[in-house]
Ligand binder design. Structure first.
Ligand code: HEC
Length: 106
């Protein structure tokens, strides 16, 4: 008699665990694009783009208005970031995140 009760409970537990797996998966790791091939072509995640946007919004509008990512090509943005990263005191990682953000949106 006992076994009859255990089975449905196990089935419910399995369903719940499957469901929570899909709902708790971090959205930020969702791949949303690929960076330009000349920068090494890597997958871009939602979280990386969000981080890049935060740095861009906070650090790139201090001396001038925030530039429009669409104003420059992927190639142009390489030179711009080389010039602007030191001005904004970004480290290599932050600079890359900003680059990924602007070229994702240009
Ligand atoms: C310390 C001040 C300062 C900060 C911070 C700064 N910039 Fe600039 N930016 C300048 C100056 C000055 C110019 C114009 C002269 C030049 O091109 O060097 C400029 C020009 C630009 C231009 C125009 C380039 C062109 O060819 O027309 C872009 C785009 C730009 N910045 C992007 C950024 C981004 C992105 C960041 C953040 C990573 C940033 N800037 C942070 C000072 C700054």
């Amino acid at each position: 008699m006992k076994k009859l009760f255990i089975l449905p409970i196990a089935a419910v537990a399995l369903l719940v665990s499957c469901k929570s797996k899909t709902t708790t998966e971090p959205v930020s790791n969702k791949v949303v694009g690929v960076s330009p091939s000349f920068t090494g072509k890597k997958q871009l995640t939602e979280g990386m783009i969000a981080q890049g946007k935060t740095i861009f919004d906070n650090r790139c509008g201090k001396c001038h208005d925030l530039p429009n990512p669409k104003s420059f090509s992927d190639e142009k943005w390489v030179g711009i970031m080389n010039a602007m990263a030191p001005k904004a005191k970004l480290d290599a990682k932050q600079s890359e995140l900003v680059y990924d953000y602007v070229t994702f949106n240009n």
